[in-house]
Design a protein around this ligand. Structure first.
Ligand code: COA
Length: 208
């Protein structure tokens, strides 16, 4: 039995939202073949298992019987980003619902359950939303409608939009940084996060 478990009835069948899912447990499950937004489903399954085995990696899944039909991942930020210099930041790496199961409230519940994880209480959980990751083709939405849908979902899961001059965010006008600050994060760590949002203050670059 995993720490967090939520049962969800959908028009397509019952789904369990659960996590954090250990790597060994993920190995016992199959992966829905249409979980291929970021990479082919088989490779994505391997990525989930390796994140689950990282010391600060967390995987929450949506499971129908023995099949993974959706997931959300959390891990330390990539080393090349400024956020990796902060000791208390974890990044939501990706959320996906199989195209077979979209619009059944799986995505929003993965976010609600995942971002409420006990482990994240002592962290600032961020998401770097890049427009080039979004599934515009299958959604029928344009980039701004998609951004509105996602920011609405993240807001419902307790995140707030954060302004920044991170070049990855500035690269596309629809990109957005959002964050949820856990109740156990110290004032100093919140101040450090604030001080990292902009590296160019009053015309001079701040080095990290
Ligand atoms: C984003 C994604 C995870 C949403 O998953 P989902 O399980 O279909 O989402 P839900 O059913 O929980 O819907 C959440 C909200 O979005 C809305 N929504 C979902 N798909 C929509 C669509 N195609 N058009 C309009 N609204 C949509 C729902 O109506 C719901 O809003 P509501 O609560 O106001 O009704 C899914 O589209 C996906 O996997 N996309 C590809 C990967 C991606 O873009 N990830 C985000 C970047 S990491």
């Amino acid at each position: 039995m995993l720490q967090d478990v939520m049962e969800l009835q959908t028009p397509r069948g019952n789904v369990v939202i659960e996590g954090p899912a250990p790597g060994d447990y993920l190995e016992t499950l199959s992966m829905n073949g249409n979980l291929n937004n970021f990479r082919p489903a088989r490779k994505q399954k391997q990525a989930l298992s390796s994140i689950a085995r990282m010391p600060k990696g967390l995987i929450y899944i949506a499971r129908h019987q023995k099949e993974i039909v959706g997931y959300v991942t959390f891990h330390p930020p990539d080393e090349y980003t400024r956020w990796s210099k902060h000791p208390r930041i974890l990044e939501m790496g990706g959320i996906e619902t199989s195209t077979d199961w979209r619009n059944c409230k799986i995505g929003i519940n993965l976010l609600k359950v995942g971002f409420a994880a006990r482990f994240l209480e002592d962290f600032i959980a961020i998401t770097m939303e890049y427009a080039w990751h979004w599934d515009l083709r299958n959604s029928g939405l344009d980039v701004w409608q998609y951004q509105k849908m996602l920011t609405g979902m993240f807001t419902e899961a307790g995140l707030k939009t954060i302004s920044t001059d991170d070049p990855d965010i500035l690269e596309h006008p629809a990109n957005v940084l959002m964050a949820k600050i856990g109740p156990g994060v110290s004032k100093q760590d919140i101040q450090l996060f604030d001080s990292m949002r902009f590296t160019h203050e009053f015309g001079k670059a701040v080095q990290f």
